[in-house]
Write a protein that binds this ligand. Structure first.
Ligand code: CP
Length: 309
């Protein structure tokens, strides 16, 4: 594929190939010298119109470890603040002839908008509430490291699912890989049309985590509070914060994930975030390897040699 817009475009075989490629790069990330010349001469623009710590840094690190040149463009430091449109920003970047653009944007569909207009590869680093494919891929990679295989495993996604692009991409990908996915949230934080998703929906935390192999907590998006979209926080944490008491209902060696950033004490107890079963920092480490694989597979694709400006 020229672009990575969401996990829906990936077959199971393509997903596993990407995870296998990331396994190779994960080994490179443990070496004393972590740089390889694979993407020497390639250039990647990191266009983040929304804040990011993990995704932006790991794409930057991934590109640099593969010897690509990476260039950062932020929302507030770009001419977007002067009113330049997304289309003009994209065409301006294209005129500099990069090999790839990694974009995070608050509008659902922003990555696809670019992909349809640019000849370079476009990678979606999160668009609105729609999709966060590279997060879902790194979560799958992290789980495979622990589980070995996906089939027959059960995972609960807990929290603010309505506003979560992470949840959408993870449901699509994990279901495709054979994981039984449960959702747990107050009714007001479930997305419209959830009845048609391939998941089991729970309103009770303890029932939702009973017997599961892993729980993925999601951030309560506090920036939505002003819009009146959030429940009372004290009530929310009382009913939906993942605690050791609730996790005792899961399998003995069950894992805890969180894409970050975390609101400790609100959606996940600090004790669990730092416990042995927590994969939070494994997810961050996986992010570099998975994004190396994504850059490699998209920037080195054979048909690129036929690209013209
Ligand atoms: N998980 C994630 O996307 O984190 P950042 O917003 O820090 O990139």
């Amino acid at each position: 594929h020229k672009d990575l817009l969401d996990v829906s475009q990936l077959s199971v075989a393509e997903t596993l190939h990407l995870l296998d490629t990331a396994t190779y790069f994960q080994e490179i990330n443990t070496r004393p010298v972590k740089k390889v010349p694979t993407l020497k001469g390639k250039s990647v623009v990191l266009f983040f119109a929304e804040p990011s710590t993990r995704t932006k840094t790991s794409f930057d690190m991934a590109g640099k470890r593969l010897s690509a040149d990476t260039f950062s463009l932020g929302g507030s430091s770009s001419s977007i603040v002067k009113g330049e449109s997304l289309k003009d920003t994209a065409l301006t970047l294209q005129a500099m002839n990069p090999d790839g653009i990694v974009i995070r944007h608050s509008s659902s569909g922003a990555a696809q908008f670019l992909a349809e207009r640019l000849h370079c590869s476009v990678v979606n680093a999160g668009d609105g509430w729609h999709a966060h494919p590279t997060q879902a891929l790194l979560d799958a990679f992290t789980l495979r490291e622990q589980w070995g295989e996906f089939k027959g495993k059960t995972l609960t996604i807990l929290g603010d699912i309505a506003h979560s692009r992470v949840a959408r991409s993870n449901v699509l990908l994990l279901n495709k890989l054979g994981v039984n996915v449960r959702l747990c949230a107050p009714r007001t934080l479930l997305p419209m049309g959830v009845e048609s998703w391939p998941v089991d929906v729970y309103g009770d935390l303890h029932k939702a985590v009973t017997g599961v192999d892993a729980v993925m907590c999601l951030r309560l998006q506090l920036e939505r509070q002003a819009a009146g979209l959030l429940p009372d926080l004290r009530e929310y944490s009382r009913r939906f914060c993942l605690t050791p008491d609730a996790m005792a209902k899961a399998k003995k060696d069950a894992k805890v994930l969180h894409p970050g950033p975390m609101n400790r004490g609100l959606e996940i107890s600090s004790v669990l975030a730092d416990a042995d079963g927590s994969l939070v920092l494994n997810q961050v480490a996986s992010g570099v390897a998975v994004r190396m694989a994504i850059l490699y597979l998209h920037l080195m694709r054979p048909e690129r040699s036929g690209d013209t400006r």
